[in-house]
Design a protein around this ligand. Sequence first.
Ligand code: FAD
Ligand code: FES
Length: 253
Amino acid sequence: MMPKKQQLVISSQEQVGEAVFRLTLQGEVAALPGQFVQVGVAPALDPFLMRPFSVHDCSRDKLALLYRIAGRGTKLLARRQPGELLTVIGPLGKGFPVGKADRAVVVAGGMGVAPLLYLLRFLRGAGKDVAFFYGAKTAAGLVLQDTFRSLAGEYIAVTEDGSAGKKGFVTQFIRPALAGKKADLYACGPFSMLRAVAALAKDTGADCYLSLEARMACGVGACLGCVIRGADGCWRRVCTDGPVFRAEEVFGR
Ligand SMILES: Cc1cc2nc3c(=O)[nH]c(=O)nc-3n(C[C@H](O)[C@H](O)[C@H](O)COP(=O)(O)OP(=O)(O)OC[C@H]3O[C@@H](n4cnc5c(N)ncnc54)[C@H](O)[C@@H]3O)c2cc1C
Ligand code: FES
């Protein structure tokens, strides 16, 4: 489907964590899990560039985003109020496919959790047995835990400092969930976490889909601002070839 530019009405804006907000918009974007939208964060043309955000949740008449204040653009976005109009272009990029295995192991790191709510709902709808691993630096970095817990058969929270859930890196705890029954792996989070997830996939033979982040300008494949070099040495645009890639495209076989 061609990405549409739309003005959507903000229906709610709520703070759900430390500098983390959930913004809900009225309107249909018809996105797949893992796709993203470009958002005009302010009513004026400053900042000029739109900002990319994953589709956190979506239905026939609703689009939700989950974002953390990172800089000027997201600070302006957090000031927007219910009833105001927001310019949105999307859906953009390639989302997560639904893998073949009956079991799905989904891994989130920090704000990488944003696109995974919609993915969990999708996987459950496809009848998958879902295990969800959610890692953050500290307890404050874990948001909407009850919602995520309710969507997964198995839910494991991990923090680096042990202030909530298990202590360590989230990737230390995944291997048992991949033992025995064949599982597909899905992940979104920091690049180092994605590398570790890809290594687990290589070891266990699991199909693995990773959502990458890159600095983006246009979001539609025109500016080459978001390119990464794939494992085969070829350049890929994160905005149009991704943001979801098969692990071997990024980290090799
Ligand atoms: C496909 C995609 C989906 C995304 N989905 C989400 C999401 O669902 N929720 C969310 O909170 N954020 C998401 N991001 C990141 C988000 O786009 C940036 O945080 C936002 O654009 C920052 O804008 P700003 O003006 O507030 O910050 P800026 O002033 O532009 O930058 C502030 C700081 O954030 C860093 N930064 C800015 N953009 C990125 C980026 N793309 N990746 C890594 N670091 C960045 C800068 O290096 C700088 O240190 C996504 C990014 C991409 C590419
Ligand atoms: S952001 Fe312009 S090509 Fe990807």
